[in-house]
Write a protein that binds this ligand. Structure first.
Ligand SMILES: [Mg+2]
Length: 197
């Protein structure tokens, strides 16, 4: 049996990025006041009542290159169901626009390997805010799933012909027909395992 591969974003797919970020920001930037529904906001400055765009960008860069990148919490039920997929022969290619600092790659790889032992076939850390469309083209023609929470990257994967799954968040509504919307890794597990022929 050959290995089965899916491609996935990391933040707010495998890792609970927003939760980790808001908790970290509260510790490192106590003067910034977080909003209650920070998870619903895509833009960092909208996650706070008193942060401008430049401050938000500086804080984002700080967080995404911090030691926290090796100690991120899991998103939803990812630990249970991604490890179940790994047990059943699935492996993943992780593509994240966290930062292209090579030390961040090492921190994230440690975190992924701790959370999902043996699962991460490849980890690609693109520049912060980097678009994934061109990068995804190297796998075009492969029958891979593509899992995302950012609408733009989900649409890009869908346009390239990947079987695209979006994890539902308030900021990624109104995706194209043909993109599957889920609320858990349990659902992703069902979709992936029922696709096996
Ligand atoms: Mg993400």
């Amino acid at each position: 049996m050959g290995i089965k591969i899916f491609m996935t974003d990391v933040d707010d797919c495998l890792f609970a990025w927003n939760d980790a970020f808001m908790e970290w920001a509260n510790k490192h930037y106590p003067e910034y006041e977080g909003v209650i529904d920070a998870m619903a906001k895509w833009n960092i400055w909208e996650k706070f009542t008193n942060v401008n765009q430049a401050q938000a960008e500086a804080m984002l860069k700080h967080f995404n290159t911090s030691a926290k990148q090796a100690f991120m919490p899991p998103k939803l039920d990812s630990v249970e169901y991604v490890n179940k997929l790994i047990d059943e022969g699935w492996r993943f290619i992780a593509i994240t626009s966290v930062s292209d600092d090579p030390d961040v790659w090492k921190l994230r790889k440690m975190c992924l390997d701790t959370m999902f032992p043996g699962g991460c076939l490849e980890l690609h850390c693109l520049p912060l805010h980097g678009s994934k469309k061109e990068f995804l083209q190297q796998w075009q023609g492969k029958d891979y799933f593509w899992i995302e929470d950012k609408l733009k990257n989900a649409e890009a994967g869908h346009e390239l012909g990947f079987k695209t799954i979006v994890i539902d968040h308030p900021y990624n509504q109104n995706s194209s027909a043909g993109i599957t919307r889920v609320n858990s890794w349990e659902e992703i597990y069902s979709i992936l395992t029922s696709s096996e022929t």
